[in-house]
Write a protein that binds this ligand. Structure first.
Ligand code: PLP
Length: 390
């Protein structure tokens, strides 16, 4: 599709990708084509090289020490989070999570209740902060803290390092959901005290859908939750003990991982800080202009020095959020996402649990002109919400 649209739904998926990503997928399908780790012939070996280069690039991006095999590939952040939660927790454990979680955390944690795993949810607020004293109390006796690096509705970075320090002092491990942050906020698993990091490939890392993964610190084992072929240790009825094979049952998504590698290389070439600075400027331009429109309530917190991702969440007084998104698309070619964004607790916090909200999200290819076009469209929608005038 090459129509004249303004794509502002990068928080869902970076539907617009650098050409190098598309080319890498095509090149892989055309010139490599084989499945990594499944044979000794040259094409399979080349496929294995692509996958290993991608593990290495991700480990470097996250400053993850040691064996790049501790980066395992999964279909998306959801599969990675399920792999971590179900592979780590055991009956009698308690997990502490936040009210800013995506359903990719909330639902697997809830499902684990049937296996005797309890949860404590840290309270949220419209500013998107976490009370460190509350966290410290909740973490006493817990096995795991799971939190988003940045939420997908408020978009604010959470104080991972401060929370990790408290989690570790209480003897709990730390699992970070980096779905919104990988590629757009700096991630240093060592400095932040992260034990397990789940990421997705199709948002800030600019890869294709069907890619994502998990980094697990050396010394932490996970019980496999999927069982099957790994291309090695084939005479054993059990999954291999070593990563990455332990967590990667079945043929890998070679073309997707080749595209993800190109996306990660794009991010590393441009630099996370530069990507973020650019998106930050666009996000605040959008935030301020939407805030200035009569009838539009901006729900994501104002600029206050904390780092954020490129999300601006709004409602239009007296209008259903789905109707706003429909008008943006149909009349103005502006593509956004309305509703609860798979994070109903964040919407409860913002007071939009019943109505949902409209989420604008900028990305690597967004321009000032696009932001301005979206603002003009919103001004027009707010002005004509009761039907055409005159
Ligand atoms: C904070 C957060 N966690 C998890 C996910 C799930 O990501 P994926 O679609 O890759 O499973 C998303 C994506 O919408 C997200 O925003």
């Amino acid at each position: 599709m090459t129509e004249d649209v303004v794509y502002l739904d990068y928080a869902a998926t970076s539907a617009i990708r650098p050409e190098s990503v598309t080319e890498a997928v095509v090149r892989y399908l055309r010139d490599v084509g084989a499945t990594p780790g499944r044979a000794g012939h040259r094409r399979a070996v080349e496929a294995g090289r692509v996958v290993l280069r991608c593990r290495r690039a991700l480990a470097e991006l996250f400053n993850a020490p040691g064996d790049p095999g501790r980066v395992t590939f999964h279909l998306n952040a959801t599969h990675a989070l399920n792999t971590a939660l179900a592979g780590l927790l055991a009956p009698g454990d308690r997990v502490v999570r936040t009210a800013y979680d995506h359903n990719a955390v909330r639902r697997p944690v809830r499902a684990l209740a049937a296996h005797g795993i309890a949860e404590t949810v840290l309270v949220g607020n419209p500013a998107g902060t976490v009370d460190l004293d509350e966290a410290e109390d909740a973490l006493r006796g817990a096995r795991l803290l799971v939190l988003p690096h940045a939420g997908n509705v408020l978009g604010v970075e959470l104080p991972v390092a401060a929370l990790a320090e408290r989690a570790h002092a209480a003897g709990a491990l730390v699992l970070v959901d980096a779905a919104q942050s990988a590629g757009v906020l700096p991630i240093d698993v060592q400095a932040m005290g992260v034990d397990l990091l789940a990421f997705t490939g199709h948002k800030g890392l600019l890869g294709p859908q069907g890619t994502g993964g998990l980094w697990v610190r050396e010394g932490i084992d996970l019980r496999p939750t999927l069982f099957g072929g790994t291309g090695g240790d084939s005479d054993s009825p059990d999954m291999p003990a070593l990563f990455p094979d332990r967590l990667e049952a079945g043929s890998q998504n070679g073309p997707g991982i080749a595209g993800l590698l190109a996306g990660v290389e794009w991010v590393r070439t441009h630099g996370v800080d530069a990507v973020r600075a650019r998106e930050d400027a666009l996000k605040w331009r959008l935030w301020k202009a939407l805030h200035a429109i009569d009838g539009v309530d901006v729900r994501s917190p104002p600029e206050d020095g904390r780092r954020t991702v490129g999300i601006v969440t709004v409602t239009v007084r007296g209008m259903d959020s789905a109707a706003v998104a429909r008008r943006l698309d149909a009349e103005f070619g502006v593509l956004v996402r309305a509703g609860l964004h798979c994070a109903p607790e964040s919407h409860e916090i913002l007071g939009t649990g019943r109505t949902g909200a409209v989420r604008f999200s900028v990305g690597w290819a967004t321009t000032e002109a696009e932001v301005d076009r979206a603002v003009t469209a919103m001004a027009r929608i707010a002005e004509t919400k009761d039907g055409p005038r005159g």
